[in-house]
Design a protein around this ligand. Structure first.
Ligand code: BG6
Length: 468
């Protein structure tokens, strides 16, 4: 009997361009939706400004300067033994406004260098095509509300699929696509509370993704294209059947995104909901065929926490920030940011998703955002992070050994400290590598190995056998 993680398991880490690169206008890059988001201050949500406003602080503009330091950063990933680096291409580096006819060569060249550096160390890149940053120039079209944006996205996909053929074979079409229901600005430059608008934008992204999957396969038969789900998983607040029903409703609101992308069609419960709510999908001839033909090869997702849902829970997602939904779980501790810590929930979610879709899974985000302290001698003792990750890896191992789930790999979130997506803060750190920069962008940007760095190195060296 095979035990433990498979031989070719893709161990690594994951980042996103807008949270890591900085260099927001360098080498011809255009502005993206992420570049007009301020950091949240004292719990007040990040502000979306009309363009870049002088005097405001935008964390993506400098982030952790990965754009200029990627060689040093990837060398550190290699030192830990990474097999895989999940990262995103900033669309607005390739097409600065999103709608140009000719791509920006400097942007393309940059990612050539990044992928070459990965391969130099035997690290397989896994590329997210759109991770919370749509070129701001596409707003004049109404962003993803407008079907035309599908063509711009596909032009971008065609450009990078051709350019990086042979260098990249794992792709994700949209990061956390279900965030269109919760934070549509991040998901696709949509700023509307209106459900019709959000569902139209989601429809266009589904179609764009389905076409991109087929295009990727046509350009290179070795390409594997996945979807990426924000792993919202809920437990019922009690065994009251009404709480269970509410939990099911909650899960439907999120899982329908996976249903469309993994099964190739809208589920009946969603179509019924649209009928009741008077929501009309802008379906054109041939679209449904495209959805069917553009099913993903694998399902990847982020896993941080679980929710507790009951009959009293407000299932209107407008206020959902991925955190404070439903009830507190009295059985679970929470992080410094109030996210509950639930390692067993990871195994539960792997089972839930595999039972439902029967396609390979990949955990492409998981980690603990915490405040780290640099000691006088320059060390960072982050035993809390090691505990968090170890517990989750143990549960993932059970999902492989006991439940027999095919898991392609694990890229923990933020192997190097980067800015937080929900708050724009720097002090919410996930990394194995500390970056000396604070919430105002001040610091030396020096990289420091934390205790967890050495721990993860051993984990990878032993292919997940040495977790202690
Ligand atoms: C996921 C996103 O939602 O969660 C990442 O894909 C994000 O971009 C991560 O950084 C963790 O959230 P946060 O807000 O702590 O950075």
């Amino acid at each position: 009997m095979d035990k433990g993680f498979p031989e070719n398991f893709l161990w690594g880490g994951a980042t996103a361009a807008n949270q890591a690169e900085g260099a927001y206008l360098t080498d011809g890059k255009g502005l993206s939706t992420a570049d007009v988001m301020t950091a949240s201050v004292h719990g007040i949500p990040r502000e979306i400004t009309d363009g870049v406003v002088e005097g405001k602080y935008y964390p993506s503009h400098h982030a952790v300067d990965h754009y200029h330091r990627f060689k040093e950063d990837i060398a550190l990933f290699a030192e830990m033994g990474f097999k895989c680096y999940r990262m995103s291409i900033a669309w607005s580096r390739i097409f600065p406004n999103g709608d140009e006819e000719v791509p920006n060569e400097a942007g393309l060249k940059h990612y050539d260098d990044v992928f070459d550096t990965c391969h130099q160390y035997g690290i397989e890149p896994l590329v997210t095509l759109s991770h919370f940053e749509t070129p701001l120039g596409l707003l004049k079209y109404g962003s993803w509300e407008n079907r035309k944006v599908i063509d711009f996205y596909l032009q971008y996909c065609r450009t990078v699929f051709n350019r990086y053929k042979g260098k990249v074979k794992y792709w994700l079409t949209f990061n956390e696509i279900n965030v269109m229901s919760t934070k549509p600005w991040m998901a696709g430059g949509v700023q509307s509370d209106d459900e019709q608008t959000r569902m139209t934008a989601a429809y266009h992204q589904f179609l764009a993704s389905a076409k991109a999957v087929q295009m990727a396969h046509d350009i290179d038969a070795d390409n594997k294209v996945g979807m990426m789900y924000a792993g919202h998983i809920a437990y019922p607040n009690s065994c009251d059947p009404e709480d269970m029903q509410a939990t099911n409703d909650f899960m439907h609101k999120m899982l329908f995104y996976c249903d469309v992308q993994c099964r190739g069609y809208y589920p009946s419960y969603k179509l019924k909901e649209f009928e009741r709510e008077g929501i009309v999908l802008p379906i054109q001839d041939g679209d449904l065929e495209e959805l069917k033909n553009g099913k993903v090869d694998f399902l990847s997702y982020s896993y941080y926490l679980t929710h507790v849902v009951g009959k009293e829970t407000n299932l209107d997602f407008k206020g959902l920030n991925g955190v404070k939904t439903g009830y507190k779980n009295p059985y679970l501790p929470t992080s410094d940011w109030g996210w509950n810590i639930d390692s067993i929930g990871l195994r539960y979610s792997l089972n839930l998703l595999y039972d439902r879709y029967q396609i390979p899974l990949m955990v492409v985000e998981n980690g603990l955002g915490a405040i780290d302290k640099v000691e006088r001698d320059g060390s960072v003792h982050d035993s809390y992070r090691i505990d968090y990750l170890r517990d989750h890896l143990k549960e993932m191992k059970k999902a492989i050994e006991i439940d027999g789930i095919p898991i392609m790999g694990y890229t923990m979130w933020g192997p190097i400290d980067i800015i937080a997506a929900s708050t724009g803060e720097m002090k919410k750190r996930y990394g194995f590598i500390y970056v000396d920069v604070d919430d105002n962008g001040n610091g030396t940007f020096k990289r420091i190995r934390k205790d967890s760095f050495y721990w993860y190195k051993k984990v990878i060296e032993s292919n997940g056998e040495k977790l202690e």
